[in-house]
Design a protein around this ligand. Sequence first.
Ligand SMILES: *[C@@H]1O[C@H](CO)[C@@H](O)[C@H](O)[C@H]1NC(C)=O
Ligand SMILES: *[C@@H]1O[C@H](CO)[C@@H](O)[C@H](O)[C@H]1NC(C)=O
Ligand SMILES: *[C@@H]1O[C@H](CO)[C@@H](O)[C@H](O)[C@H]1NC(C)=O
Ligand SMILES: *[C@@H]1O[C@H](CO)[C@@H](O)[C@H](O)[C@H]1NC(C)=O
Ligand SMILES: *[C@@H]1O[C@H](CO)[C@@H](O)[C@H](O)[C@H]1NC(C)=O
Ligand SMILES: *[C@@H]1O[C@H](CO)[C@@H](O)[C@H](O)[C@H]1NC(C)=O
Ligand SMILES: *[C@@H]1O[C@H](CO)[C@@H](O)[C@H](O)[C@H]1NC(C)=O
Ligand SMILES: *[C@@H]1O[C@H](CO)[C@@H](O)[C@H](O)[C@H]1NC(C)=O
Ligand SMILES: *[C@@H]1O[C@H](CO)[C@@H](O)[C@H](O)[C@H]1NC(C)=O
Ligand SMILES: *[C@@H]1O[C@H](CO)[C@@H](O)[C@H](O)[C@H]1NC(C)=O
Length: 835
Amino acid sequence: MSPGNLFADFTVLVVVVLAVAAPPVSGQRSVYPSANLSTLWVKNKVLDSVPYEDGLVRAIVLRSPQTSDLSFAAGFFCTPPCQEFIFAVFIFPDTDSFPVNKMARVVWCANQASPVGENATLELTGDGDLVLREKANGRLIWSSGTSDQSVRRMEITEQGNLVLFGQRNMTVWQSFDHPTDALVPGQSLLQGKMLRANASPTNWTEGKIYITVLRDGVHGYVESTPPQLYFKHELSRNMSQRDPTRITFTNGSLSIFLQSTHPGNPDESIQFQEAKSTQYIRLESDGHLRLFEWSRGEPSWIMVSDVMKEFLHVDDCAFPTVCGEYGICTSGQCICPFQSNSSSRYFQLVDERKTNLGCAPVTPVSCQEIKNHQLLTLTDVSYFDMSQIIMNAKNRDDCKQACLKNCSCKAVAFRYGQNDSNGECRSVTEVFSLQSIQPEKVNYNSSAYLKVQITPSSDPTQKKLKTILGATLAAITTLVLVVIVAIYVRRRRKYQELDEELEFDILPGMPTRFSFEKLRECTEDFSKKLGEGGFGSVFEGKIGEESVAVKRLEGARQGKKEFLAEVETIGSIEHINLVRLIGFCAEKSNRLLVYEYMPRGSLDRWIYYRHNNAPLDWCTRCKIIMDIAKGLCYLHEECRRKIAHLDIKPQNILLDENFNAKLADFGLSKLIDRDQSKVVTVMRGTPGYLAPEWLTSQITEKVDIYSFGVVLMEIISGRKNIDLSQPEESVQLINLLREKAQNDQLLDMIDKHSNDMVSHQEEVIQMMKLAMWCLQNDSSRRPSMSMVVKVLEGAMSVENCLDYSFFNANSVISAQGNPSTYSAPPQESILSGPR
Ligand SMILES: *[C@@H]1O[C@H](CO)[C@@H](O)[C@H](O)[C@H]1NC(C)=O
Ligand SMILES: *[C@@H]1O[C@H](CO)[C@@H](O)[C@H](O)[C@H]1NC(C)=O
Ligand SMILES: *[C@@H]1O[C@H](CO)[C@@H](O)[C@H](O)[C@H]1NC(C)=O
Ligand SMILES: *[C@@H]1O[C@H](CO)[C@@H](O)[C@H](O)[C@H]1NC(C)=O
Ligand SMILES: *[C@@H]1O[C@H](CO)[C@@H](O)[C@H](O)[C@H]1NC(C)=O
Ligand SMILES: *[C@@H]1O[C@H](CO)[C@@H](O)[C@H](O)[C@H]1NC(C)=O
Ligand SMILES: *[C@@H]1O[C@H](CO)[C@@H](O)[C@H](O)[C@H]1NC(C)=O
Ligand SMILES: *[C@@H]1O[C@H](CO)[C@@H](O)[C@H](O)[C@H]1NC(C)=O
Ligand SMILES: *[C@@H]1O[C@H](CO)[C@@H](O)[C@H](O)[C@H]1NC(C)=O
Ligand SMILES: *[C@@H]1O[C@H](CO)[C@@H](O)[C@H](O)[C@H]1NC(C)=O
């Protein structure tokens, strides 16, 4: 690769940044070396086009040392076509060409794994945290994690170190401590830290190659399990047991120190050439560590040395990705492995025109067919990784056998001297580039064995055997099959019922099917009861780590087929405001449903003050109302098939840890076809929440809107709609509402337990108007659920001329019996019962 190519790839544009808190003053340099707390910077194209004094480009903090040709800045960065940006420290020649500066080079970066887009913000917050977000108050991308550490200001130093200073100029955080892929003069790499190369010259993502400082020197690895060592520079002097090792890049050399406390003389120094301060060193995606220097004459960056190659003597062919995966490097050329005495090809080039992208096995190696594994022999080929020695395989055959026995072994390299039976066997779990060697030059022999998957037919002798075997097997198999079929047909007649069970096991798109035993186990024999309804009880259980609610339907009359059909329908409905059906069980007469567990139980607990709980504040109530509305809206309007819930009431609204509300027991009601939406004829639901049209005519999803209106009033008033403990005239909430609405005394309806509610009177009254809209007698005058959502979002207002003469079907029905023990008329589906 020529240096010219390299630079073309790294061209980078510096992007304009506007300091919102400190607008630039015309005629003054507006970017300072330091910034104060509580400052926000936005990356914004529109604002960027404002012509600033120093052109189109601006950094966040910038410093131009007097003593050097180079300046450092921290700001937003991109590579063309500039859709994505990183927050970086970059180095650039402080020429007149700045700020339209194509000569900038990144030496540190905060967010290479997740670049940000337009309108991203960087903020030095009031509590001293440096925070990068997707947009203002958007997703957190990166942070220095320094809040509560008394940070006073941010500064870029003369060396290009981005520092957060605390009290008395103490360094709280610095970019030098978190190097990415480059070092600038004066920067150290401490023991345990690493430089990690990018994935490719055009891809900022972190790549697989890194170098790190360990106690005994500098090591270079390519990531895999375990990591493979491709480079190692061991200290020639004795290692200290106590002091950590570090390497420091000073102009012109890499110095290795065994103490980090005082600079002193390095324990070892790798001199490159004449000292210059206009340099930086970078680990590149091909694993090379290169030294770059600003040349004022050109003017451009030039690569002045390939440090690993020139000073640490790593061979060109010894880099892990020089020929891609499985490629063999022969003095800079790449070829695919092949077996000279065989016509079959086991490897092919990934890209015919680019041999350095490597090779891929024609048949991938599969651990399932371990008997079809063979080793492809490559003579005079070695592998770079020298770390994974198999101790008890000193001769060639043991080495090969060890690899064939272990599925994670993808190749072995066997290195030996004159005596074949005293070698070193190294196993490789992920094969990167191989290299061919000349034994007389390197003074050792080496063979590599690559594991390949053979297709059994490729071997002629085996083929013959297979044919004979195959014919015999086929005959036997046919015979056995005939017998099995005969038995099966007889059984089938006998056990029709049993067959039915099998038949439904594999319906596509179904929730998980559990055995009764499994559910008994996970609910600890149905011991923790969460609640009870007319049609069964709900128990708490645990499947793996997940808490679930298991509903056991009692007195199941429904056929398995109908049950499974309903389960399939419910299982296919997913929305954040609907309780998720996880699984079911249909075994013999047992019918169970497994739902996600909702830790705060049902809404009635919270609005009727059953548990001496504190009143919910207005904000939480609004959130719950919105959640219910969205859940219902989904069922009515967004689902593939229109679904009316038909049993909306607080008992069927469940709350999670954070008071997010979800509807339960939906879909247990009859589905309404989109075309003929008036189909329900049998009365159902729960008294108190029944719409007037239940008494008279055809039922549509508008009955849910009525019930929603009732629930809304309950949430606002903090009481049950039919409450026998109240004085006679106010037993029925809806009757009371009619009276108060007609007399303009709506304020009386607000929950008195909550001061927060009382202080939000205005908003509460608006919510009551929405409730009254939903309670209109004439179902066609009620809003649709999507209109309700719009009103709640403030995008629409409530209909003006409301009819306050709410007719109460529930008073008629409740007159027939005691409302608290009343149970609804026969249900169509056993699944549809209230909790
Ligand atoms: C930071 O604050 C100091 C004093 O409070 C002020 O002198 C300086 O100009 C401020 N720096 C910037 C970049 O606003
Ligand atoms: C960035 O913000 C501006 C103004 O606030 C806005 O007009 C523009 O649409 C936003 N761009 C993106 C991609 O969000
Ligand atoms: C901290 O550093 C700044 C600038 O480098 C300097 O002006 C200030 O005097 C220093 N303060 C202390 C307490 O050393
Ligand atoms: C960048 O590299 C990563 C990791 O190798 C890869 O997942 C991603 O697809 C690459 N992105 C582009 C744009 O090539
Ligand atoms: C290195 O140091 C250890 C103890 O720290 C000592 O035992 C050993 O002899 C030393 N080796 C050399 C080569 O100096
Ligand atoms: C770096 O180079 C400059 C001259 O360019 C020299 O003054 C300085 O002493 C050098 N630093 C080191 C650590 O060699
Ligand atoms: C090819 O040669 C290798 C060793 O040189 C030997 O082990 C293998 O059996 C040979 N394969 C064929 C198909 O002759
Ligand atoms: C298989 O090889 C891997 C990697 O070399 C090694 O970690 C593992 O212990 C080996 N397994 C056995 C059973 O030898
Ligand atoms: C390589 O092996 C051959 C015998 O197979 C032997 O003659 C030769 O000396 C070995 N070469 C080295 C460098 O050990
Ligand atoms: C090779 O080494 C083994 C044991 O280390 C020894 O028995 C054998 O004689 C040696 N062979 C040769 C040719 O040196």
